[in-house]
Design a protein around this ligand. Structure first.
Ligand SMILES: [Zn+2]
Ligand SMILES: [Zn+2]
Length: 350
């Protein structure tokens, strides 16, 4: 939106009349003001798609979208492209992650357990993925805003609970946010580096809205999925070292990620539910309830009740995204189990 064209008055390349700033099309002949840039972006997007770089193609089309008028044929065409490419990102991820043809049956009540087992098995790949993404892990640490907010949050938690727990907590939140950033990048959505707000948590700002509910849901779930991996690492490290502060970090990490899965507002769980119809919302509620009978985590029960309430909602979508349901339930149940396995939620003084 801050292109040079919006500052200086330009003449229409087709008919020569002066086009007012911020106009995307010529008011006289309807020629697109940014036609040259659009051609360039379209060519780059095609080339990226040809090279199987779906994130790159999505990023180019997303850059092109605000350059065409909202109600135009071109706008519709670009949105169509975005939806198609975004669905291919989902499909590629699903095909790579789960070749099991019985996947569909997880939608049932006992599904959470099967998904949970698979998630633990997959954890190995996530850890390898995280380690190979060293560059992503350092994202924002060179940016003054992120670093300052992180140090500020660290100081606040340090005063309250001691440095060990504070450092672990900030690391937990950071990895959670990086999960969102990684998913946003996969869908070619520009995003800010994570920022911390002491006492509240951390967030990333999106440069554009997700194109489809399935995309929104996966971006939302990516935070708790990475958070689950970080929690598991903290839990294993706590068991290995016997450090009580690490165990408290694991418990709090599990709890924070589980809280973010509450299917309301703009929380990650709320984003996941955007892609779930009423039947799948009810299935999620039933699976969480079953998980509660095993893990006895109060938060899991709250999640189940909220999910049940949202299953009654009239505005739920007709089409449902089955992998989103499996991930939502699986991650919630494993997080509750980790919270139960890591004992006291009260941070130890150090
Ligand atoms: Zn014109
Ligand atoms: Zn999140």
């Amino acid at each position: 939106m801050t292109s040079a064209a919006s500052v200086a008055k330009e003449r229409c390349r087709s008919c020569g009349i002066e086009v007012p700033p911020d106009f995307l099309a010529c008011p006289a002949c309807h020629a697109l003001v940014h036609s040259l840039r659009l051609k360039e972006l379209a060519a780059q997007a095609e080339a990226a798609e040809g090279a199987r770089d779906l994130a790159g193609a999505l990023a180019r089309w997303r850059e092109a979208l605000p350059l065409v008028p909202a109600a135009s044929r071109q706008h519709e065409a670009i949105q169509g492209r975005l939806a198609r490419l975004s669905a291919r990102v989902d499909a590629g991820e699903a095909a790579a992650a789960t070749p099991d043809p019985r996947r569909g049956r997880w939608a049932g009540v006992g599904g959470g357990v099967a998904t949970g087992a698979l998630l633990l098995w997959k954890l190995k790949f996530f850890l390898v993925g995280i380690l190979s993404k060293g560059k992503l892990l350092l994202l924002g640490l060179t940016k003054a805003g992120t670093l300052f907010s992180m140090v500020f949050a660290l100081g606040a938690y340090w005063v309250a609970w001691g440095w060990r727990f504070a450092a672990g907590l900030v690391a937990m939140m950071y990895v959670h946010e990086l999960g969102h950033v990684a998913a946003l990048r996969r869908y070619g959505i520009p995003a800010s580096a994570p920022m911390f707000v002491p006492g509240v948590g951390a967030f990333v700002r999106l440069g554009q809205h997700p194109a489809r509910p399935g995309e929104d849901a996966r971006i939302g779930l990516a935070g708790p999925i990475w958070g689950l991996a970080a929690t598991a690492v903290a839990w294993v490290a706590a068991r290995a070292t016997g450090w009580p502060a690490l165990l408290a970090v694991a418990h709090t990490g599990a709890w924070l990620n589980l809280f973010n899965l509450l299917p309301v507002w703009q929380l990650d769980g709320g984003r996941a539910f955007v892609a779930l119809g009423r039947a799948h919302r009810a299935a999620a509620a039933a699976a969480l309830l079953a998980g509660w009978f095993v893990a006895r985590d109060g938060l899991l029960l709250v999640l189940a009740l909220v999910a049940a309430a949202r299953a009654l909602e009239q505005g739920a979508p007709r089409e449902s995204d089955r992998p989103v349901l499996a991930w939502f339930v699986g991650v919630a149940v494993v997080l509750a189990a980790l919270a139960a396995l890591s004992g006291s939620p009260v941070p130890v003084a150090s």
